[in-house]
Design a binder for this molecule. Structure first.
Ligand code: NAD
Length: 347
């Protein structure tokens, strides 16, 4: 597993050392890296996931780190039964990653997106507020800021929230509810505004331009660039996000905090980097942007994360792309089965 070594977990326990951590969406792309990282801290970790976009196999690393079949709760965050684990198991920290996570899918189906990202999030928040949870860690997105003028980049946390897509709206609503639960119920929270997260185990044609391009090139297909490719995003490697969450678990809530690289990378640069790492591929095909509400440029200011959490990204883009391409190559080759030992009895 490509996780940087950190001091978190090696220090003597304090009042803020989490005993029990529940990770909603813990079997997903980011969640599975987070769960594997949290297992290294010696905390008890449980996963709540409905497996709508994820697979049990994603938890192989975590299983080797000690996660058991009993620690994986199959349930939906939109139901009372789904969040019952919060009342019964009484985690002191909840890391909320379960979501409808695709920007294009939210535009195709805003109702479903709102159901999961708004209703589901409020359902989890409400259970946490009533269940005495010490800290709530949320996964927001740079899409909450909408289009930002070039002179305002990289965006600071105080920047006005002004989403332009249904996904950005549903993520922004979650942020406003967090604020309300914080003021009304005293729920301490850290709301991470994530850049474009990429890395091993990211799958699906709707998500993750790095994986999508690597999958095309290694599969012998031409990669597609929508627009002229000069649009930029702030890319952050998944182990850096997992590390930020692990560190945040040992603090009280710090409010909204950007977790990103702080720099813009254009889609054309992404393609060049993926092509170099793959060692294959001709020129990409350019097609018109299918999304009228596409944000042009994005980068997030990460100074607050460094100041309050002591966190900063450690994996450079070229290195991160190489590790992602290696994972796509392994998957396409039908690698040896990495399923958790208990996967067969669970499914
Ligand atoms: N990947 C990114 O670039 C990125 C950027 C910003 C924010 N985020 C946020 O980070 C979080 C994790 O994203 P990801 O990229 O790992 O996506 P993902 O789709 O891999 O993970 C989401 C997980 O939530 C689960 N889930 C979905 N609906 C559920 C429901 N109703 N009940 C229980 N579980 C449910 C899925 O099965 C999956 O395991 C999401 O909140 C996403 O919005 C992701």
């Amino acid at each position: 597993m490509d996780l940087p070594v950190s001091a978190v977990g090696a220090d003597p326990p304090t009042d803020l050392t989490p005993r029990r951590i529940l990770v909603t969406g813990g079997a997903g792309f980011i969640g599975s890296h987070v769960v594997a990282r949290l297992m290294l801290m010696g905390s008890q970790v449980r996963v709540l996931d409905n497996f709508s976009t994820s697979r049990l196999e994603n938890l192989a690393d975590a299983a080797y780190g000690g996660l058991t079949e009993a620690d994986v709760v199959s349930g939906d965050i939109r139901t009372q039964e789904g969040v019952e684990v919060i009342h019964q198991w009484q985690p002191d920290v909840v890391v909320h990653l379960a979501a409808q996570s695709s920007v294009p899918a939210a535009s195709r189906s805003p109702l479903y997106d709102a159901d999961v990202n708004v209703f589901g999030t409020v359902n989890v928040l409400d259970a946490c507020a009533r269940g005495g949870v010490r800290l709530f860690i949320n996964a927001a997105s740079s899409d909450i800021f909408g289009g930002v003028a070039a002179h305002e980049l990289p965006v600071r946390e105080e920047h006005p929230i002004a989403p332009v897509s249904p996904y950005g709206v549903s993520k922004a609503v979650g942020v406003h509810y967090l604020d309300w639960y914080g003021r009304q119920h005293g729920l301490s929270y850290t709301s991470m505004v994530l850049g474009n997260v990429y890395g091993p185990r990211q799958e699906g044609s709707d998500c993750g331009v790095v994986s999508v391009m690597a999958d095309a090139l290694l599969g012998g297909r031409q990669a597609v660039i929508y627009g002229d490719g000069t649009q930029t995003r702030d890319f952050i490697y998944v182990s850096d996000v997992a590390e930020a969450i692990a560190v945040a678990c040992h603090h009280n809530g710090v409010g909204t905090v950007n977790i990103a690289s702080g720099r813009q990378t254009s889609v054309n640069e992404v393609y060049d980097t993926v092509r170099e790492a793959s060692g294959v591929g001709d020129a990409a095909r350019y097609e018109p942007l299918p999304w009228p509400d596409e944000v042009r440029n994005m980068a997030l200011d990460t100074r607050k994360a460094r100041e309050l959490l002591g966190w900063y990204p450690k994996v450079g883009f070229t290195e991160g792309v190489r590790m992602t391409v290696r994972d796509v190559r392994r998957r396409q080759a039908g690698s040896p089965n990495l399923s958790p030992v208990w996967a067969l009895s669970h499914s």
